[in-house]
Write a protein that binds this ligand. Structure first.
Ligand SMILES: N[C@@H](CCC(=O)N[C@@H](CS)C(=O)NCC(=O)O)C(=O)O
Length: 209
């Protein structure tokens, strides 16, 4: 009953790994090296034709891609793990709202920051393209920051959920060391709170530097 996670360190695969750790489900990692563009190899394109990580194969052999879909599927498959509040509750609605916000308004922007050449109309506009994307990224991080309060460890207060995992990983993206701590300190604190949850710390280790 082992999951197989196709992933790269610090990628969206880290969100799935953290969720699997919280569930306590056995999994193995198949590394896909984004530094050598292994995600574009035919062998990996046969798994995810979109050429992105993460991808997850369930113990039954179902292939899942799209981080949001993977996380929601894990919640459905392991309801006892409490990754989201109960169905129909206000807390669940809030968790889903901000999970979707990060998945649709933030995650796609990171491709522009990581690979500006794919979006820039000319090679000499790559830096400007990345700069514009990073400003949008930061603006949206500020929107997330405004949802957090000083008194509570998580988005939902004392109640941890999948959205905290997603936001914690997002907080480390964008090639902007130091910016998050200075401008979005509650998001920075959320990262550390999530990263030091015992089950997550056991799998993430010190890989975030
Ligand atoms: N929509 C996808 C996006 C996945 C994605 O962009 N993954 C990045 C790593 S965090 C990736 O594989 N990048 C490689 C590339 O774009 O070539 C999801 O939500 O899972």
């Amino acid at each position: 009953m082992t999951y197989t996670l196709y992933s790269f360190v610090r990628s969206g695969g880290a969100m799935v790994e953290a969720a699997l750790a919280e569930i306590g489900a056995p999994y193995e990692i198949q590394p896909v090296d984004l530094h050598t563009d292994e995600q574009r190899d035919p062998a990996y394109l046969a798994i995810n034709p979109h050429g992105k990580v993460p991808a997850l194969v369930t113990p039954e052999g179902d292939l899942l891609t799209e981080t949001l879909a993977i996380l929601l599927t894990l919640d459905e498959r392991h309801e006892g793990a409490g990754l989201l509040p109960s169905r129909g509750s206000s807390k669940r609605a809030k968790a889903l709202r901000w999970l979707a916000f990060a998945a649709t308004e933030l995650y796609p922007i990171v491709e522009i920051i990581d690979y500006p050449a794919r979006f820039a109309p000319t090679p000499d506009s790559e830096d400007a393209t990345r700069t514009v994307a990073r400003e949008i990224w930061r603006d949206r991080l500020r929107t997330m920051e405004a949802q957090l309060v000083d008194e509570a460890p998580y988005l939902l207060g004392e109640r941890f959920c999948l959205t905290d995992i997603y936001w914690a990983v997002i907080a480390r993206w964008g090639y902007q060391p130091g910016w998050t701590a200075e401008h979005t300190p509650k998001l920075e604190r959320l990262f550390h709170t999530v990263a030091t949850r015992p089950k997550i710390a056991a799998v993430w280790g010190d890989r975030w530097g």
